[in-house]
Design a protein around this ligand. Structure first.
Ligand code: NAD
Ligand code: DAU
Length: 346
């Protein structure tokens, strides 16, 4: 039997993972440890408490709080840490990197120290394809040098290096997964797909950065969670594994797909000033994970299609977020003046 501390389990990917683990492993216990920042939301776990109450505990806490982390591990007899907790939005890291350094770098160090001290059976780090930086051609292999280019990507890359250092130096049994752009249920509507879907539903403009020809692998969140479960059980200690769909899509095509699915006009597309240092393309080589017997179940197009359906059917979840003061303030800071700036740059 395993007891997992899932940090960041009230966020987008973490909450999908909590559900998958509890459904798949009837003898596992899950402790969600989450600070509940703007991105953490107990609505993401609403059904979990009622369905799995006897095997599920929620603790509100910061991964930077060493004392609370240590107590939580001890009280619940945790043997495995899966760390999803992070500041995750690239645009926010450009506006204000501070929280990224705190949580993504220092917070990871706190968890690693606790894992070492308490002798965890496994420490698993959720990482990102962004650590490889912009990939103009071909695909990134796990053995490629990391070359992050945004404050977010640099904070995640720092964490990866620290995780690997704890394995090499102290023998901590670690694994890492580096995921592509996830889409699916419960993604905070600041990320491009839920932002564009919910704006389109309301006939609001879709702010497309630059020329819209940037390339991403829009990967279905449950495929990602399935891969993490596999790596937890069959991955080699000390190794990193790329996780993606192996397909890719230009942002402009993703935008047109969303508008088409919602029967909305392309005139909603509003080209705006580009993101500074915008990585034009990420693309992962997923052969190492395939060799463990894993295969993605959705292409980018299928993932986006099913995500659009979920947002159409679940306004109860996203509308209160978008109407909230925090979201509105962020939206103004990020987008007000972007269109004007584009006009000036012409
Ligand atoms: P999210 O922003 O939806 O959720 C992050 C969660 O972490 C929230 O519940 C938040 O409350 C919690 N959190 C933040 N700071 C914390 C702290 N100091 N202590 C405890 N909890 C804290 O993020 P997500 O998109 O679900 O991403 C989860 C993980 O996956 C992150 O590590 C991210 O870097 C990684 N990742 C994300 C993607 C993606 O496309 N979203 C792709 C690859 C990897
Ligand atoms: O690749 C994995 C990463 O994917 C994760 O590690 C990050 O946590 C996650 O936020 C995501 O990063 P991106 O920067 O790729 O995702 P985002 O949804 O912010 O943007 C996707 C693409 O869409 C990117 O090329 C920028 C563009 N974009 C984004 C926003 C928010 C727009 O054109 N307009 C927008 O308003």
């Amino acid at each position: 039997m395993r007891t997992l501390l899932i940090t960041g389990g009230a966020g987008f990917i973490g909450s999908n993972f909590v559900r998958l683990i509890l459904e798949r492993h009837p003898d596992y216990h899950v402790i969600v440890y989450d600070k509940l920042t703007y991105a953490g939301n107990l609505d993401n776990l609403k059904d979990v408490a009622s369905r799995f109450g006897d095997r599920y505990v929620f603790i509100q806490g910061d991964i930077c709080d060493a004392e609370k982390v240590g107590q939580s591990l001890q009280i619940h007899n945790v043997d495995t840490i899966v760390n999803f907790a992070a500041e995750t939005h690239v645009d926010r890291s450009i506006l204000d990197p501070d929280a990224f350094i705190q949580t993504d770098v220092y917070g990871t160090y706190v968890l690693l120290e606790a894992a070492r001290e308490m002798g965890m059976e496994r420490y698993h780090q959720i990482s990102t394809d962004e650590v490889y930086g912009h990939v103009p051609t071909g695909t990134s292999k796990e053995s490629d040098p990391i070359a992050p280019r945004s404050p977010y990507a640099a904070s995640k890359a720092s964490a990866d290096l620290m995780v690997l250092a704890y394995h090499i130096t102290y023998g901590l049994p670690v694994t890492i997964t580096r995921g592509a752009n996830n889409v699916g249920p419960y993604q905070y509507p600041e990320k491009v797909v839920p932002l564009f879907v919910t704006n389109a539903i309301d006939d609001l403009p879709l702010p497309l950065y630059g020329d819209g020809l940037q390339v991403r692998d829009y990967h279905y969140v449950l495929d990602h969670c399935d891969a993490i479960d596999l790596v937890l059980h069959q991955g080699e200690i000390g190794e990193a594994y790329n996780v993606g769909s192996g397909s890719e899509m230009k942002n402009l095509d993703m935008t047109r797909l969303i508008l088409g699915l919602l029967s909305k006009p392309e005139s909603l597309i509003q080209p705006v000033k580009d993101r500074p240092g915008h990585d034009r393309r990420y693309a992962l080589d997923i052969s190492k994970l395939r060799a463990l017997g894993w295969a993605p179940a959705h292409t980018c197009e299928e993932s986006i299609t099913s995500t659009v359906r979920w947002y159409v059917e679940n306004e109860w979840w996203w509308r209160p977020i978008k109407n909230g003061e925090h979201y509105q303030a962020y939206y103004r800071a990020q987008y007000a003046g972007r269109e004007a700036a584009r006009e000036l740059a012409r």
